[in-house]
Write a protein that binds this ligand. Structure first.
Ligand code: NDP
Length: 248
């Protein structure tokens, strides 16, 4: 194992952790799960629909349902013990302009992206306290910091994650628990593939790196911020956006 492959920046021994990635069956979540597995961690993923992804301890869960979240954690704990690194990645969009937005378009997106993150963080917190160790990453979006027309629901849900991370840092920071946000820009996944070509072209023009991001580029930032190298970073927002938000 090379120095790069350890979670300890001080040259300490590699400590495999129990990692949970919600929505780890595809897209960015899948890449995050693979990045942790590459390092030798015990990686669990939740999937909501479709097939369980191969090669991971996969449990079915819907983050809009606390009983389902609780059951997923119980299954993971029975196999590997408490979750030590939690990546709240599951998310949805339901884009439409304000005047056409139905109240359910707003509440459903918030229920998945924001309340869903609260549900998994709350369920994981008990285990963090028992273990005296916890790492949380909430997958937000540049849209949560910048706003975006047609995404009032999504932007609000993603902005809220920043203050979950910051308040959690203040509540539990003294217990060896960190909570950070990773805010991707435009990443090539199913979520962005459905956007009209014109929207994609506009984004491309605005991105200083002049390309879209790859899921694994988000995954590496997530993995790093939960490593021992980043143990003193909490309440931070880390953009992975090719410069689109200029650090915001
Ligand atoms: P995808 O649409 O490819 O994947 C979304 C994942 O979330 C799927 O695994 C999906 O499960 C899961 N999910 C959705 N709703 C629920 C639910 N109620 N309960 C459990 N799981 C659920 O999206 P991406 O990989 O692109 O996005 C991943 C995260 O990154 C999201 O939070 C997104 O908002 C964020 N993000 C993405 C960006 C991008 O450019 N792609 C940019 C910025 C942020 P299922 O397969 O069952 O549908």
């Amino acid at each position: 194992m090379t120095a790069e492959n350890t979670t300890a920046g001080s040259g300490d021994e590699f400590v495999p952790r129990t990692v949970l990635v919600t929505g780890g069956n595809r897209g960015i979540g899948r890449s995050i799960a693979e990045a942790y597995r590459e390092q030798g961690h015990r990686v669990c993923v939740t999937y909501r629909s479709g097939e369980a992804p191969e090669g991971f301890f996969a449990v079915q869960a819907d983050v809009t349902d606390s009983a389902s979240v609780d059951q997923a954690f119980t299954q993971i704990e029975a196999e590997y013990g408490p979750v030590e690194i939690l990546v709240a990645n599951a998310g949805v969009t339901r884009d439409t302009l304000l005047l056409r937005m139905k109240e359910e378009d707003f509440t459903d997106v918030v229920d998945t992206n924001l309340t869903g993150a609260y549900r998994v963080v709350q369920r994981a917190a008990k285990g963090f306290l028992r273990k005296k160790f916890g790492r949380v990453v909430l997958i937000s979006s540049i849209v949560g910091l910048y706003g975006s027309p047609g995404q009032i629901n999504y932007a609000a849900s993603k902005a809220g994650l920043v203050d979950i991370a910051r308040s959690l840092s203040r509540e539990l920071g003294s217990r060896n628990i960190t909570a950070n946000v990773v805010a991707p820009g435009f990443i090539d996944t199913d979520m962005t593939a459905v956007l009209p070509e014109e929207t994609q072209a506009k984004y491309l023009d605005a991105i200083p790196a002049h390309r879209f991001g790859r899921p694994e580029e988000v995954a590496r930032a997530v993995r790093w911020v939960t490593s021992d190298e980043a143990a003193y970073i909490t309440g931070a927002v880390i953009p992975v956006d090719g410069g689109l938000g200029m650090g915001h």
